[in-house]
Design a protein around this ligand. Structure first.
Ligand code: GLY
Length: 384
């Protein structure tokens, strides 16, 4: 992008056009389906939404805000039946990612259209998230037991993961619109527990942390998608930045702001010179390591929110990172100009240790990229 010839607003507008055009074209093929990641430039779908379905609906809501074009509302709502079937007919498949699925679909819908039906459904989703709360340990259980008897899977009964921090806005929102402060009690308790366990004293984050599910005693940090238990998985670091930023926005608790800023500084101290991190900051050979464009997009969108609550050098560092990252992603990691590709951002890395969905487009990377651009244009209400 020729930055010398274009002012900032023109640049964000050009990128927004790329995002909304591609989203509109994709919606024609996707119909009611929920895209997750690309293979050879085509999105693959997750029938029940996996943890990622909300990012597609959210991308359509953002496109609606960016353009005012009602066809995006139709596209956002086209896949709702899949989310509803999941929640009401197979509740046992729901986990802590309920926030990702429902904040960016039904909460967004309610915030933008005032639909009472959307509000009712989003509150039901908040109930599903709240009921995962372990009162003894004061945490929200992340995952279900996938394979009974398997040691890692059994640990899930007492596992929290850093990603859950980005699901708490559903509970904070539910407390505000319902007047039931118990949603907020659970969200704050979880954020407090994370603060003393999964967030290390230097403000880097473990990916997961295991508790005794019966006594609630904290035990140890463990990774699943990172390089090692003690490593700094880059996307996890960005979940922490955004998660604590929203916890602060809803509660005003200074401790949450301190954590968000500390995590942001750790991220900014480590990120590569082109603003797009390697998939885990602790890999031995960073030159050779795959990047994770989704982490850069999550960081950009989250730092633009965090910048609102800080001043001086921190505000300018967070805003500058977001602007540079958005441009770097467009210039070197996007599919702009490649009309055969359905993704927006290339080089996302979902699960490196399992070699699963690496070096591809990820729907959450695409969503957060659009969110960052919409924020730079001042064109979106927050769905979180
Ligand atoms: N929430 C799962 C992930 O970040 O891959």
């Amino acid at each position: 992008m020729h930055t010398d010839k274009m002012n900032m607003t023109e640049q964000w507008t050009t990128i927004a056009q790329f995002i909304t055009d591609r989203t509109k074209r994709n919606a024609m093929r996707f119909q009611d389906k929920l895209p997750a990641q690309t293979k050879d430039g085509r999105y693959e779908f997750a029938d029940n939404g996996f943890w990622t379905g909300g990012f597609w609906t959210g991308l359509n809501w953002l496109s609606y805000e960016l353009t005012g074009d009602d066809s995006y509302v139709t596209s956002a709502r086209a896949s709702y039946p899949r989310l509803l079937k999941r929640m009401y007919e197979t509740p046992e498949t729901m986990d802590h990612d309920t926030g990702f699925l429902f904040s960016l679909s039904f909460v967004a819908d309610y915030k933008l259209t005032g639909s009472p039906e959307a509000k009712r459904i989003a509150l039901d989703a908040a109930d599903r998230l709240r009921e995962r709360f372990n009162e003894k340990g004061r945490f929200i259980q992340a995952w279900n037991v996938w394979k009974p008897g398997d040691p890692f899977s059994e640990e899930n009964r007492g596992r929290i993961i850093i990603d859950c921090m980005y699901n708490l806005p559903l509970l904070f929102w539910a407390a505000e619109v319902s007047g039931d402060s118990d949603y907020r009690r659970v969200a704050e308790a979880h954020a407090d527990t994370c603060a003393s366990t999964i967030i290390r004293s230097d403000y880097t984050a473990y990916h997961t942390y295991v508790f005794d599910p019966l006594t609630g005693e904290p035990k140890y940090g463990r990774t699943f998608q990172g390089y090692s238990d003690d490593s700094v998985w880059s996307r996890g670091q960005t979940w922490a930045i955004g998660g604590y930023t929203y916890a602060y926005r809803y509660t005003g608790k200074q401790e949450y702001l301190t954590i968000a800023v500390g995590c942001a500084k750790q991220y900014l101290n480590r990120v590569e010179r082109d603003y797009v991190p390697v998939w885990d900051f602790s890999v031995p050979d960073r030159e050779a390591a795959l990047r994770d464009s989704s982490a850069a997009a999550i960081a950009a969108a989250s730092l633009l929110e965090l910048a609102k609550y800080v001043e001086g050098d921190d505000r300018s560092a967070f805003t500058e990172y977001a602007k540079h990252a958005v441009l770097s992603l467009y210039d070197a990691y996007s599919t702009a100009g490649d009309e055969d590709n359905e993704g927006l951002l290339l080089h996302g890395c979902s699960h490196h240790p399992m070699n699963s969905h690496v070096d591809c487009s990820l729907i959450y990377g695409d969503y957060y990229y659009a969110e960052a651009v919409a924020r730079l244009l001042g064109a979106t209400k927050s769905y979180w």
